[in-house]
Design a protein around this ligand. Sequence first.
Ligand code: AMP
Ligand code: MG
Length: 397
Amino acid sequence: MAALTFLEARNAVLTQCSPLDSPPAIEAVCLEAAAGRVLAEDIAADRDTPALPRSVRDGYAVRAADLPGELEVIGEVRAGERFAGEVAHGQAVEIMTGAPIPAGADAVVMVEHTQRVNGRVHIAGAAEPRQFINPQGCEAAAHQTILRPGKRLDYSDVALLATFGCTHARVFRRPTAAIIATGDEIVEVSETPSAFQIRNSNTYSLHAQVARAGGVPRILPIARDTVEQTRAAIVGGLTADLLLLSGGVSAGKYDVVETVLASLGAEFFFDRVLIQPGQPVVFGRVATTFFFGLPGNPSSTMVTFEVFARAALELLAGQTETALSMPYSRLTRDFRHRAGLTRFLPARLSLDGAEVTPVEWHGSGDVPAMTRANAYLVAEPGRPEYQRGEFIRVLPK
Ligand code: AMP
Ligand code: MG
């Protein structure tokens, strides 16, 4: 298969995984458990909000046409109350933020622009009608749909559910992701490796990444680099909604993952992408289950999950959209890379995110360097040189 560019590969994932043939099952969760879940129903406003015209400042409710001038203060209204009377010509009502506008008033003047003298208030400036008043229903009208299925709920969505009296939300069941590490040299974390062996770290970085993306990780045993063992592991993993393999997808003699997947009737959408780390990354499907073969070097596994597999998992979770936010930041030093590949290199963003500095690293296996990074520099394939002070894209970690 021809190698794809980064964007082509990302588009292949988005196209294949969306829309879903069969949406995930639905369950109800309480508000405290709703953030991070994907909404499975329409939510409508149960009333106008605000339910009455409301003041957005502390001050005085007035008739705009009376100003400038001195007005008689006939009472006050606080949030949670309603003023019984009516504001007539030459009158004002002291009002607090959030309180309903009394009948007769058509503007609010901020308390900072007034002078109270005994029972009267002096206002030197003019007022626009409707100033500092939120009209009834301006935020949402009763019965208006305010959230739609497929949205991953964030904290503001949870606030909206609460505002409209939803004690529970119907959400999609979280997708499961099976995780299989492959490799003859890989030993369990609890084992003492010989000098020629390596502890399994990919299973655990993937576990954390899957959970953060809203999936349910399912760890399977390490598969050795034989067709039989890899095949048995993959068959077990295909019962999940998404199968994630680490290692075994390079061109080596013992990289058997692709061969085994092909023998299981896999359809491949790509098996090489012009990125680094992670060039040999594989994406495909066996029957209805999508899989990723993520190259085994730890940073390759981490990066290819973030830029490809996370999108797949989010779409399988029922999300209608998935984003990869890569803002620009200014380089603190000159930066050079070999053209032709999109590179994701460990980097540190400054506290305000305005500046970015590459982290010194020793290649795709350098996990300590990855932990010193809080972002990846995203170097473009067509641009081998960046000067200090120039903008470069950044993928926050
Ligand atoms: P592979 O993609 O199978 O060629 O693996 C490339 C390299 O990644 C191996 O030589 C190991 O150093 C490392 N590696 C592979 N799998 C793991 C794993 N599960 N945990 C940590 N390192 C791994
Ligand atoms: Mg291997």
